[in-house]
Design a protein around this ligand. Sequence first.
Ligand code: GDG
Length: 461
Amino acid sequence: MGRLICISNRVMTPDQMDTSGGLAVALRELLNQRSGIWAGWSGQVSESSDVDVRRGTFTSATIDMRREEHEGAYLGYSNSVLWPVFHNRLDLARFDRNFFDAYMAYNTRMADMIAAFVQPGDVIWVHDYHFLILGQLLRERGITQPIGFFLHIPMPPPEAFLALPEFRDLATSLAAYDLVGFQTTHDVGNTLACLRAAAGAELLPSGRLSISGESVQAGSFPISIDASFFSPSATGTAPTSGARYAGIKRVLGVDRLDYTKGLPQKFRGFAHLLKSYPHFRKQTILTQIAAPTRESVEVYADIRQELEGISGSINGEFGDVDWMPVHYINRSVPRKRLKTLYRSAAVGFVTPLRDGMNLTAKEYVASQDPADPGVLVLSRFAGAAEELQDALLVNPYCVEELGDALAKALAMPIEERRQRHALLQAVVSKRDTAVWAADFLVQLERSAAQARSPFVASPAA
Ligand code: GDG
């Protein structure tokens, strides 16, 4: 088995013990096994061109972003163009030619760094929208090794994709990969439609997509979580002894404070519950953890202000001296504490307007006590909804529907809760992040072998 080279925006270094999430753990394990290299951004902004290489059980290799790259490629093209457009929020996209130039410049520097590391037998795995075009830049540097790409965010429909001034460049650049992976089959369908519309791609009988004389495999690889960490039987989970916030049922949201996560609608949905089902007043609270993120992008400051306003007005309208309905926590909480919070919540309230997958939904399911589980209320527009059909699926734009679903969840009989949870838990525990990554890599090597086979791969075949 060759070495694995992973490229993602943020990187864990071998000396970093604190692992913030399941993906980091899974990638680190894989990189340990395959004496791999994890390459990406150091998290620093400077004019230095040095590569920071740290060796341990795996190797990390990072570069600083130049100020122009940070503003144009990271805050600009990645987070003010690709992020909103791929989440179908064209209204929030800031089109600016300089952004794409900076994106190209940063990807080019990353490609140069990686090309210097690559050896025969290596396998390269590129992650996410920060590096859509990296595969092509690596091919231009003579890299013939298998290169795969995984998109963590949703693939938009063609109407949104074609609004990107650079749609043609982006579409054709995907053909440089051997495998492009997405969170859902719906995303794979959108990819086919986008590549057709943008670059005349065709689906070959082999199942590969042909684009401008090249062919690439596209597939759905729904990402998962480290289910064993969240399992109530795992050590370190504080017992909840059936007490849900001293008799009050907790509705819980855990999200990055992002406009895609549907937080204002979620708060209004909770207000609808209090208004239309008054018997739940003083019987329930909404705890919303909203971890700050990308604070230097303007729209993120706006949403923060909006949420402070809505939570204040709900508390003002419905609250009492002994009961405050909305607990809005605008900071990150430690991962262990999250697990306890998930476990103590009667409802997991996950209502993004659009989301690649949404790991919170899976973490909530994995944390429940199977004998007395809470209920997951989940947006239809989260990638997770494709697998988690036994949640209470909702339209996150419709606040009445959100409130009604909360009422149903809070009143759900225990048999139904157990039944739904068992079905959801079966999905979540079947595939953890390690299985997800292994599946992707097996398919990548298979697809690369197929692409190099003279009998199968060529678009003309
Ligand atoms: C992208 C895609 C896709 C949240 N608050 C705290 C905290 N979290 C953790 C959660 C969960 C993760 O952050 C958030 O996961 P999401 O899936 O919601 O995603 P994004 O950050 O938007 O990530 C998404 C994901 O990539 C993976 O492919 O699912 O669709 O947008 O793990 O637990 N963790 C801690 N404190 C917090 O306050 N420790």
